[in-house]
Design a protein around this ligand. Structure first.
Ligand code: SAM
Ligand code: FES
Length: 352
């Protein structure tokens, strides 16, 4: 397998069959070798810096019914909440004081937040914090809405594609949602000028090694600025309550493959990774990731944004999460950067 990993390191791409073979047949030794190369590349582009993003989970209402998701509309046990503009601005203020220069507004697809409301929130945040980047993660919307958010000042957009395989997509989502539309949203966002993030869950129900290879090849084609991946974790009130979780090992291996395939990309070491293993986020950084996303949501709502069971950091104030993360990163030789943390291009320039 080492030859294939060397080939990927050199050419930044493999065939679907080769990726599948690596994902299926690698040994623990192969993983360590992959991670050492992933760290090497990550250091060439980003040094020892770990970028932080302040995550604000501003609504857990959702009109969708994704089968894996704890805040899907059919979950009658979800305790629903929405943050007001002022509450969101308070999260940004405490985040700014803690050194965050990127805010991520994430929520379910909640029609209460019309384009006008979102635009007003964007403008307020950008007026107060012009030196900060603003990332939106509010699901699928029309091209004109994405354009209007961008014109209002939004810089980045996260929309995980979830799986690049059509049949697999159909097994994770209700029939009214389509992979074609989700991919189109990603292409639209990129064309508008956003820094775009896609991504997927590792170990989601019915996923095969081939599906994961297809995910990597879709990412290679899209060339996103960010790729968010984390293990699937079952949520007890969903149809996938009894499905097995994705593993630490496979998620780390996928992070390593992604670092070699899209060397410049921003790769978060996610909360889900920290949920399946106490050192998951540190291990993610050591496998090639370079971003962490501590939570800035008010503690009063944290437990309500329960996408999956046993989510960590739901009782901690923003400051606790921020300094906890700093300690964790320093313990493994990395350093939290107080900056917007934009993606670098092949020539180490900012790519837009
Ligand atoms: N509604 C927005 C969207 O669709 O992009 C953003 C919110 S959505 C909850 C954010 C991400 O959470 C999804 O893209 C999905 O990959 C992840 N997620 C949802 N349920 C999960 C689960 N059970 N385990 C791990 N990740 C999950
Ligand atoms: Fe909408 Fe999960 S089903 S955010």
């Amino acid at each position: 397998m080492k030859e294939l990993i060397d080939q990927l390191y050199k050419n930044t791409v493999l065939t679907k069959e080769e990726y599948t073979q690596l994902i299926t047949d690698h040994t623990a030794e192969d993983s360590e070798y992959l991670f050492s190369l992933a760290r090497k590349i990550r250091h060439e582009y980003y040094g020892n810096d770990v970028y932080i993003r302040g995550l604000i989970e501003f609504t857990n209402y959702c009109k969708n019914d994704c089968l894996y998701c704890g805040i899907r509309k059919s979950n009658k046990n979800a305790d629903r909440y929405r943050l007001t503009k002022d509450e969101i601005l308070e999260c940004c203020q405490s985040g700014y004081e803690l050194g965050f220069r990127t805010f991520v507004l994430q929520g379910g697809e909640d029609p209460y937040y019309t384009d006008e409301i979102i635009i007003d929130i964007i403008q307020n945040i950008k007026d107060r914090y012009p030196d900060c980047a603003l990332t939106l993660s509010v699901g699928e919307r029309e091209h004109d809405s994405y354009q209007a958010f961008f014109d209002a000042g939004a810089d980045r957009y996260l929309l995980r594609h979830e799986t690049a395989n059509n049949e697999h997509y159909g097994r994770l989502h209700p029939h009214n949602l389509s992979l074609i539309h989700r991919k189109q949203c990603l292409y639209d966002l990129k064309a508008i000028g956003y820094q775009v993030g896609c991504g997927f869950m590792v170990g989601s129900p019915y996923q095969t090694a081939e599906n994961l290879a297809e995910d990597i090849l879709f990412i290679k084609e899209l060339q996103p600025h960010m790729v968010g991946i984390g293990p699937f974790i079952a949520q007890h009130d969903t149809p996938f309550a009894n499905q097995p979780n994705g593993t630490l090992e496979q998620t780390l291996f996928m992070l390593g493959l992604l670092r070699l395939t899209v060397p410049y990309a921003l790769l978060p070491s996610t909360t889900a990774l920290g949920t399946i293993h106490p050192m998951g986020r540190e291990k993610g950084i050591l496998a090639g990731a370079n971003v962490v996303m501590p939570n800035l949501s008010p503690v009063s709502v944290r437990k309500k944004y329960m996408l999956y069971d046993n989510k960590i950091c739901t009782g901690d104030e923003a400051a606790e999460c921020r300094y906890c993360m700093q300690k964790r990163m320093e313990a493994i030789g990395y350093h939290i950067a107080v900056s917007r943390g934009d993606a670098k291009s092949i020539r180490n320039e900012i790519i837009i």
